[in-house]
Ligand binder design. Structure first.
Ligand SMILES: Cc1cc2nc3c(=O)[nH]c(=O)nc-3n(C[C@H](O)[C@H](O)[C@H](O)COP(=O)(O)OP(=O)(O)OC[C@H]3O[C@@H](n4cnc5c(N)ncnc54)[C@H](O)[C@@H]3O)c2cc1C
Length: 493
């Protein structure tokens, strides 16, 4: 038997564990510091109600399907995914309202009705452009091994069109400006940079593919809440014989014994291989205890963090308060990115994302109130940063929500988390939600690959490794790490 220790039970670690458990001859132990699985896909409780505190948008369900099928199960029999209606409501800076529907044609019709025929034409063209990027980029830059300069050159020689279609030579913002003249619609597309915590002014236009992933392929509700995805992965792993140890922080990782040695709060584990789901920076700065260099580099500046609240809000109808809403700032949206990335301060007039959990994920609220998750983007935590008065910031956020009629006067904040809180909970992350930001043309190449370059038996599976942050990408990271590990250890594919 080969033994693999997975450090961390975030979705990347769990996906790796599930995939590995499907391989005969592999014994898997997951060691998690917290008292439940899920990592950033976490939950909190207030007055008898459980609510998600992490991700709210579930995209690319095919990645989860792949993990579930690796254990011979059918996704639909394990978890209910659904499309809320409308999927998303944008309250634009010009005062217009745009509802995103489950079907792209219907969204296009909503754009025409709300923003006019010219905007509808631009929307249609942009979605075609976005789709083309996704279809060219996904197989080479997301779903397989981490790309290298060599693999990109090889791709260019073989499929020049694919390389051209990914539009990596210009920035997201420039490509949007070129194609979209309606200010509100431009803001909608620019906001997709925040789906991996990046700055549209310097992120490659390749990231414009997120519009297609979100509106074309579509975002799903997860019956019972996003945390159900983590619980499903935990269940599949345990059914596959994986031992999941909770409340057992790992203190160090090194080579030795049968290959790798992991020291936890409870003792020492020897393994043939380790899959690191904790942040790679945590590995580099805190956990690695070997004279031998691991060759892992952290991969660029951190993506954005978030200032998060959960409001116990008087229940409203789905028409009044759909599952997902974005309240854009009244001023210039680009100011938000200047504040986040140049000033490294929270946006002075933040664009706010709201998730009404009962509608988005059919999770249960209180008798008369529903949990309303609120997120304002915030800079990741860095040394020398100015202190932020988060109490005052919370008041500003609540005032904006009240002013826009999105909450009631007596609605109450029952949970809050600052970037510092996130940084403390996830060591090495500096509070960033998605690993390194994609703020350069080379970011896809600078992300750590899923196999550590210099240590036999060390693998990386998380938002801080290839292919980056966000729930489906982290699961893909776990799948890819498991695939490479199996190839190395057992000689399979
Ligand atoms: C507020 C918020 C909103 C988000 N919104 C979305 C969204 O809408 N859609 C989307 O797709 N993504 C979203 N994301 C991002 C997404 O949640 C993450 O990219 C993803 O969940 C990270 O998974 P991961 O596999 O990298 O592991 P993580 O979730 O980072 O988990 C790592 C695990 O390792 C454990 N660990 C760390 N150190 C140790 C140690 N020394 N010993 C043992 N265990 C350790 C941690 O406790 C943790 O459980 C959001 C994130 C947050 C926080």
């Amino acid at each position: 038997m080969k033994r693999v220790v997975v450090v961390g039970a975030g979705v990347g670690g769990l996906a790796a564990a599930v995939e590995l458990s499907a391989r005969p001859g592999v014994e898997v132990v997951v060691v998690e510091a917290a008292d439940r699985v899920g990592g950033k896909m976490g939950v909190a409780f207030h007055d008898g109600v459980r609510f998600d505190t992490g991700p709210s948008l579930f995209t690319l369900p095919e990645v989860l399907r792949g993990v579930v099928e690796s254990r011979g199960k059918v996704l639909e029999e394990e978890l209910e995914l659904f499309r809320p209606a409308p999927v998303f409501r944008y309250l634009l800076s010009g005062g217009e309202r745009l509802d995103v529907a489950a079907r792209l044609e219907e969204t296009g019709e909503n754009v025409r009705r709300s923003l006019g025929a010219k905007a509808a034409g631009e929307f249609r063209e942009f979605m075609g452009y976005s789709r083309k990027i996704w279809e060219a980029a996904a197989p080479h830059f997301v779903m397989g091994q981490a790309p290298t300069a060599f693999s990109a050159v090889k791709l260019g020689l073989r499929e020049l069109k694919a390389l051209r279609d990914i539009d990596s030579m210009t920035t997201m913002a420039a490509a949007i400006d070129k194609r979209v003249s309606h200010r509100g619609l431009r803001d909608v597309f620019l906001r997709y940079a925040t789906f991996n915590g990046s700055d549209p002014r310097c992120a490659p236009a390749t990231l414009n593919c997120v519009a297609w992933v979100d509106m074309g392929i579509g975002a799903y509700g997860v019956d019972g809440g996003m945390h159900e995805v983590a619980l499903l992965l935990e269940r599949l792993a345990r059914e596959g014989g994986v031992e999941v140890r909770l409340s057992e922080p790992v203190r160090s990782v090194r080579t030795g014994g049968r290959g790798m040695v992991v020291e936890t709060a409870a003792g020492v584990l020897e393994a043939d291989a380790v899959v690191m789901n904790a942040d790679v920076r945590h590995l580099i700065e805190d956990l690695w205890a070997d004279a031998k260099p691991h060759g892992v580099k952290a991969g660029g500046p951190p993506s954005t963090s978030g200032f998060n609240l959960v409001v116990r809000a008087r229940r409203r109808t789905e028409e009044e308060r759909p599952g997902h809403q974005v309240l854009f700032c009244d001023g210039d949206y680009m100011q938000e990115f200047e504040d986040l990335f140049d000033g490294e301060v929270p946006p002075r007039e933040p664009t706010l994302y709201l998730c009404a959990k009962e509608k988005a994920h059919r999770s249960q609220g209180w008798e008369e109130e529903e949990p309303l998750f609120v997120m304002a983007n915030a800079p990741a935590v860095r040394e020398g940063q100015k202190d932020v008065n988060w109490e005052a910031y919370e008041k500003l956020v609540m005032k904006r929500l009240l002013g826009a009629g999105l909450i009631d006067e007596d609605d109450e904040v029952v949970w809050r988390r600052t970037p510092q809180g996130l940084a403390e909970r996830f060591p090495g992350s500096r509070g960033s939600l998605y690993g390194a930001a994609s703020n350069s043309r080379l970011s896809a190449f600078s992300r750590p690959p899923n196999r550590a370059p210099k240590v036999k038996g060390l693998y990386l599976a998380s938002g801080s490794a290839h292919p980056g942050g966000g729930v489906p990408l982290c699961m893909q990271s776990g799948r890819q790490a498991a695939r490479e590990l199996v190839g190395d250890l057992l000689g399979g594919d």
